[in-house]
Design a protein around this ligand. Structure first.
Ligand code: BES
Ligand code: MN
Ligand code: MN
Length: 456
């Protein structure tokens, strides 16, 4: 334990240490389930994953464990442990769904076969966010072994469609509102700047995406016979997509919110190496890196449907489509941003091409002011667990649940905590969890709950 923060109780530290090997085995079992809710072929797996989480909650003596869903939505798990008299209730959030693998053959070890190398556990979901799920369950387990048990009431809420933009979350929250009410909410789904530096995430960007289809011809046409007088749909699509940025790489869609940031700039060399940027590649946009990454919009093209290079037939393509993703600055109304994006795409296609826009996900950004006793407690307990002061960070990614939850329960304090680090490769090839950071994350949350319950 750090000399800086001698307050941490050795009994909790021992209790956490004692649950880690079982937690590791449970995490591996969860990672083996390919809970890619967005892929219809993995719906059953996502149901199995929810059932596995529910079983783990039952084993920790939850009062009530339910697997719930709204309409055709993904299965979420709600489990509750009652509050000791006078103690607050804390909602612990994580998600059990994961992103697709991006090509199993590109991974060093198979994505759903958890594998340890150099102190990290590799596998899809090992960090995002099955580590969050197991952080919460490990804390519950550690308290079970301690005299006095849990210091606070706990509601565990493990979502199953976060990676799909949480489309049925508003319905779920409405239906289970009373059960989910809490004084404090802990979201273990963000990132720390280093494996020994704890962070409180104070802002996240929102997201809207869409599929844009450009159509030019009734059918493919010979590229030699007609090319020169006729354009092709893929070139038209590329020209349309090129209008999303100005020459400096800033988002060129009018009317979007851009904020400044007073956060100290990040080190560009570290940023480049964390992201795997090739030599000579320029960064895009203007302003400090925290501004560009956390406080300004970003536009990206995430996929294109077009013929494979190996299958080209020397024809002008009649149509082509792409997924365009827009990250939104804190303070941006996501529906306004969606309208601006659609309007921009509808009005910038070249050559009179027909444009069809199909809306996709919509997730609100979020920002909070980490002021008050709960945040002070979090800063202190996290510092004690990690041995370094707690820092505040923004995140360029999105967790639509947070704004939705904060809107439903405006009085709750929101703590967004980290189970990832810059090497975690969230959504990428070879995603991984730093195992010693996982231990610190469990200890940090255990210390937090202890102090929130008035025991220290
Ligand atoms: N846990 C991530 C968000 C995140 C990523 C936080 C990296 C901190 C560091 C979350 O699971 C996520 O990926 N969200 C999606 C939301 C989208 C599908 C609406 C995202 O940001 O792409
Ligand atoms: Mn996540
Ligand atoms: Mn994710």
């Amino acid at each position: 334990m750090s000399d800086l923060h001698p307050a941490a109780s050795p009994a909790i530290e021992t209790a956490v240490q004692n649950v880690l090997s079982e937690a590791r085995a449970d995490l591996e079992a969860l990672v083996r389930i390919p809970s890619i809710w967005a892929d219809p072929a993995h719906r059953d797996d996502t149901h199995r994953s929810a059932a596995a989480v529910a079983e783990l909650a039952r084993a920790e003596g939850a009062d009530a464990v339910e697997v719930v869903s709204a309409g055709e939505g993904a299965p979420a798990v709600i489990a509750r442990w009652p509050a000791p008299p006078g103690a607050p209730t804390v909602l612990l959030y994580a998600h059990h769904d994961v992103q697709p693998t991006g090509g199993d053959e590109k991974w060093t070890s198979p994505p759903f076969q958890p594998t340890e190398r150099d102190g990290r556990l590799y596998g899809r979901g090992a960090a995002d966010d099955k580590a969050g799920v197991m952080t919460h369950l490990s804390v519950l387990r550690a308290f079970r072994s301690l005299e006095g048990g849990l210091p606070v009431g706990v509601t565990l809420f493990i979502e199953g469609e976060e990676e799909s933009g949480s489309p049925t979350l508003p319905a779920l929250l409405a239906e289970h509102r009373e059960k989910l009410a809490a004084d404090v909410i802990v979201i273990a789904d963000s990132s720390n700047p280093a494996t020994d530096v704890p962070a409180l995430t104070t802002s996240l960007r929102g997201l809207v995406d869409c599929t844009v289809e450009v159509s030019m011809l009734e059918r493919p046409a010979h590229s030699g016979v007609y090319g020169g007088a006729l354009g092709d749909a893929l070139t038209a699509l590329c020209r349309l997509l090129a209008t999303l940025h100005d020459d400096k790489g800033r988002v060129a869609i009018p009317g979007l919110v851009h904020n400044d940031s007073s956060a100290p700039d990040l080190d560009e060399a570290t940023f480049r190496s964390d992201a795997g940027v090739l030599d000579g590649v320029e960064l895009i946009g203007t302003g400090t890196l925290p501004e560009r990454l956390w406080q300004q919009p970003a536009a990206s093209v995430l996929g294109i449907d077009a013929p494979k290079v190996s299958e080209v037939a020397n024809v002008l393509l009649p149509s082509a489509r792409a997924v365009v993703s827009l990250r939104l600055a804190p303070g941006q109304d996501p529906l306004d941003a969606q309208r601006a994006l659609h309007e921009h795409l509808q009005t910038h296609a070249p050559w009179g091409a027909t444009v069809t826009v199909t809306p996709g996900m919509v997730g609100a950004p979020f920002a909070l002011d980490p002021v008050g006793a709960v945040y002070d407690t979090a800063r202190r307990t996290f510092a004690a667990a990690y041995g370094n002061e707690t820092v505040e960070v923004g995140i360029g990614g999105s967790i639509p649940f947070i704004a939705e939850f904060a809107r439903t329960f405006p009085g709750a304090a929101v703590l967004v905590t980290g189970v990832g680090d810059p090497a975690s490769r969230w959504h990428g090839i070879d995603e991984s969890l730093h195992l010693d950071m996982f231990r610190r994350a469990v200890l940090a949350e255990a210390l937090l709950l202890t102090e929130l319950g008035g025991r220290s």
